[in-house]
Design a protein around this ligand. Structure first.
Ligand code: UTP
Length: 287
């Protein structure tokens, strides 16, 4: 039997330049989708997928992220006094159901470099969650991926079809599939121009990785954008061990971009009766 995936790594050391000036003092992971920060959605997904150790790779100016998963005694006593305890319950529910481990990435040299920082606390297959990617799905995507890992072993990355013109925004795979859902990956390329892309199957921000990845992360040199790219290390891993791509069920929103965040905000608001009425009224009256 394969060991259950219990650890999820959250690289939260990036600068979030696409959301400047907000991200000058607010970590990108703390930007809110309706009423919860992005990191909340990612941690909730990992817990719902059976994971109970959250490893956050943080950096300068990211204190708000660790505060979010801590008790806020002043706020809690005020809310108790006002009989509004439920307002804080959501974030405490996450902290009560997992252990949080914080590791500093002193120089943000890229996603691969951030993942490498987790090596001292990992000696088994583990999950990686990029909180920019919020995925709305009936079964949490990490759970869908953990099920593939349980059946096939190796490593699993989440993939989706993108318009060929968009390949330079993603890691793109060369892969084969029997059933059109689970793919065996031969090769990955980070941010290829459309004419060089091996397919239109793009990697999105969910991974289950064999701990052998650390060996390859140490071998690679800075790649696309001068950063140490996780995709390049997974490409080397795929030459030696099976790496699968799962075309997951669910809708992914790129909340690392303004348009994606806006789209997610509207889609999530439309799931709430009160907000849905407000949006409909606003659209009718103003547009
Ligand atoms: P992005 O490429 O989205 O970079 O990183 P970014 O800095 O967060 O955002 P932009 O592009 O400047 O707007 C993908 C993920 O990798 C993390 C980020 O925090 C994000 O979750 N990351 C990136 C690190 O943890 N460390 C790094 O050195 C780079």
């Amino acid at each position: 039997m394969r060991k259950k995936i219990t650890k999820a790594v959250f690289p939260v050391g990036g600068f979030g330049t696409r959301f400047l000036p907000a991200t000058k003092s607010v970590p990108k992971e703390m930007l809110t989708l309706i009423d919860k920060p992005l990191i909340h959605y990612g941690v909730e997904e990992a817990i719902k997928s059976g994971m109970d150790k959250m490893i956050l790779i943080t950096g300068r100016g990211k204190g708000a992220v660790s505060d979010y998963f801590d008790h806020s005694y002043e706020l809690e006593s005020l809310l108790r006094f006002k009989h509004k305890e439920e307002l804080i319950a959501d974030s405490n529910r996450l902290s009560d159901n997992a252990t949080f481990i914080y590791i500093r990435q002193r120089n943000p040299l890229g996603l691969g470099h951030a993942i490498m920082r987790a090596e001292p606390v990992i000696d088994e297959p583990f999950a990686v969650v990029l909180t920019d990617d919020v995925i709305d799905s009936e079964i949490p995507v990490l759970k869908q991926m953990a099920d593939v890992y349980e059946n096939y072993g190796g490593s699993v990355v989440a993939i989706m079809e993108v318009d060929k013109s968009q390949t330079s925004k993603y890691g793109v795979v060369e892969a084969e599939s029997q059933d059109g859902k689970i793919y065996k990956i031969n090769r990955l390329v980070e941010k290829p121009e459309p004419e060089k892309a091996p397919s239109n199957l793009a990697v999105v921000g969910r991974y289950i990785l064999s701990d052998a990845i650390f060996k390859y992360l140490k071998q690679i040199r800075p790649g696309a954008g001068g950063e140490i790219q996780l995709t390049d290390a997974i490409n080397l891993l795929a030459q030696d061990e099976p790496v699968y791509g799962l075309k997951f069920s669910g809708k992914r929103y790129d909340c690392g971009s303004k348009a994606g965040m806006l789209e997610a905000t509207i889609a999530f608001a439309m799931k709430d009766d009160v907000l849905k009425r407000s949006i409909k009224k606003m659209c009718k009256n103003r547009f």
